[in-house]
Design a protein around this ligand. Structure first.
Ligand code: HEM
Length: 545
């Protein structure tokens, strides 16, 4: 046998593996799949086939079987990786014309690392400042700062959800409603949530909110020194979430965080936020429980809360009453798996968000005494000292209370609410806590010489004097509760909860920041987020009124 015949026989499996590698690239590009079985088949079967075929038919090869095996798999996987990278960098990629760092074009691993370190918001802000309103932050992903694209992307005919939650929860099949990408299925699963968090259902939860708000006031009355409001809001929102979703089960306001839930949430979400950006990796890592222990602990905790509630049955008309279709005549229960997944969602979505918003709100009030005084006057008018502040009766008549709730900085992520809400093309004085903006926009206040505007910001701005000032207010750009048919289904309940707590606290106490505490570090530390925010402490001194 000639040397050239031997070489060409040796090259055949290499060439065949290289050509076959283009097939899975095409399949991954056109059919996004997070099934580990599909990945396994596509990554292992074709080179395995070439290897077996070579062994079976070879007569002239000079290579041993292990070397042939290595060459088949090595060539297949390297050509696959190379073709993916080249395609992502190439001008034929559909997102090729959008600017962004080149390493973001190749893989989302970079972004995942930044998110894991809690630096996403700062990073996105810097990218938009450098590259403009639309930045390519991943091979197939854009970050958008242009508010005019919110409705087309997130409105009724917008784009379906991305695969983030698949990665965050390490599974393509067991995911709660918030992560379901199929629009019809998402809407089907959302219906019981919408019933359970409707205005009438939320009204029925008011006694639960009132009981916990009263408990908080009583606990704060018993504190003799400075208190960390952040920690109290954490415990309060957790207890209210348990009462509302599961009919009870916790008493952190009394006993503290005995389950160490806060640490579980922070650790779990740090891991979850990383894999949210690389879901292909997440579904595989999810198969190794030890590798993702913090996230699994959190998931298991949510599962246990939900499973306990399901096994105990309905004692009150809590959220689970609706999720389990008990409010429907002849309504069959959904699969247990869906219920448990929705339990995890309630635990994560329903408590930490409210605690963040309340903490931010008090930070803003305490660093803006004029705003605090205006709110105090409104609360005293509707709930004077001694009156029952735990009803939601007057909330609708309190525009200032509503306005202070509207723009607390920081919240859950995507379409970066932070970046969009801090854009002066959407809101005048976007970095200022200026609740009056909502009253001017809703017609409750006229923009005349009497309106307090954030003077330092105004004077140092290039807007000129008050007469030339153009008021900018783009409500679509208010994204704290997201936008469109997949927005926050708990918004009404969250607002009701927060308003009750604010009225009760402001009526009973006068708060001030602890002497010597430096508020300038608060916001940068708040920006360290992993889907949920890592809230800094908020030390305050309170006196009974
Ligand atoms: C201030 C408090 C809150 C804020 C800022 C907030 C914010 C958000 C945001 C931004 C989303 C969209 C997330 C995404 O699409 O990835 C969301 C979804 C959701 N929120 Fe809230 N939320 C709050 C309170 C609550 C409460 C109290 C509940 C009650 C359990 C709740 C339940 C949900 C649910 C179930 C979803 C998923 C909706 C869907 O996918 O259709 N949220 N929330």
């Amino acid at each position: 046998m000639s040397l050239s015949a031997t070489v060409s026989a040796d090259l055949q499996p290499v060439l065949a593996s290289a050509l076959l590698a283009l097939v899975p690239h095409h399949i991954f590009r056109t059919h996004e799949s997070y099934s580990t079985l599909a990945h396994f088949i596509l990554l292992s079967v074709p080179p395995g086939f070439v290897f077996s075929h070579t062994l079976w038919t070879r007569t002239e090869s000079s290579l041993s079987a292990p070397i042939t095996l290595f060459l088949c798999y090595g060539t297949y996987l390297s050509v696959l990786v190379m073709s993916v990278v080249l395609y992502r960098l190439s001008p034929v990629h559909p997102l090729a014309s959008y600017p962004g760092p080149s390493w973001c074009r190749i893989s989302k691993l970079w972004m995942a690392t930044i998110v894991f370190r809690g630096r996403q918001t700062r990073w996105l802000t810097a990218l938009h400042d450098k590259y403009g309103d639309i930045v390519r932050v991943g091979p197939n992903e854009l970050s958008v700062r242009d508010a005019s694209l919110i409705v087309p992307c997130m409105g009724p005919s917008g784009i379906p959800k991305g695969p983030n939650y698949i990665g965050s929860l390490l599974s393509a099949t067991n995911i709660p409603m918030v992560g379901i990408q199929d629009v019809d299925e998402h809407m089907r699963r959302r219906r019981p949530w919408a019933r359970g968090l409707s205005t009438s259902a939320s009204k029925a939860y008011q006694p639960l909110i009132a009981k916990r708000a009263r408990q908080l006031v009583n606990r704060l009355e018993g504190q003799s020194r400075e208190v960390n409001l952040e920690q109290w809001f954490d415990r309060l929102s957790y207890d209210i979430m348990n009462d509302m979703a599961f009919g009870g089960g916790s008493n952190q306001l009394q006993d503290g965080d005995t389950d160490d839930f806060r640490r579980m949430l922070n650790d779990g979400m740090a891991v979850g936020s990383f894999f949210g950006h690389v879901p292909y990796v997440g579904v595989w890592i999810g198969l190794i429980p030890a590798a993702v222990a913090p996230l699994n602990t959190l998931i298991k905790y949510g599962e246990a809360c939900a499973a306990l509630r399901v096994s105990q049955g309905s004692k009150t008309h809590d959220l689970f009453h609706f999720l389990n279709h008990e409010d429907q005549l002849n309504g069959a229960s959904p699969p247990q798996r869906d219920l448990v997944n929705d339990g995890i969602l309630a635990v994560i979505a329903g408590s930490d968000t409210v605690a963040s918003a309340l903490t931010s709100l008090f930070f803003c009030l305490l660093t803006n005494p004029r705003t605090y005084d205006t709110l105090q006057k409104e609360v005293d008018r509707y709930y004077p000292p001694g009156e029952d502040a735990y009803t939601s009766e007057f909330h609708r008549e309190m525009p200032y209370l509503h306005a202070v709730m509207a723009l607390p900085p920081g919240s859950l992520v995507y379409f970066s609410p932070w970046v969009i809400q801090h854009d002066s093309r959407n809101f005048s004085f976007p970095t200022e806590f200026w609740p009056e903006r909502w009253l001017i926009a809703s017609g409750h206040l006229a923009l005349d010489g009497k309106i307090p505007i954030p003077l330092p910001a105004f004077e140092s701005s290039a807007l000129g004097n008050r007469d030339n000032f153009t008021f900018t207010h783009n409500e679509t750009a208010f994204l704290s509760f997201a936008h469109g048919p997949m927005n926050c289904v708990g918004k009404g309940f969250a607002m009701q909860e927060m308003k009750t707590v604010v009225c009760a606290l402001v009526q009973r106490f006068r708060f001030r920041l602890e002497e010597g505490w430096d508020p300038t570090g608060y916001e940068p530390r708040f920006l360290t987020d992993h889907l949920v925010a890592a809230r800094p402490v908020l030390p305050v001194v309170l006196t009974a009124r």
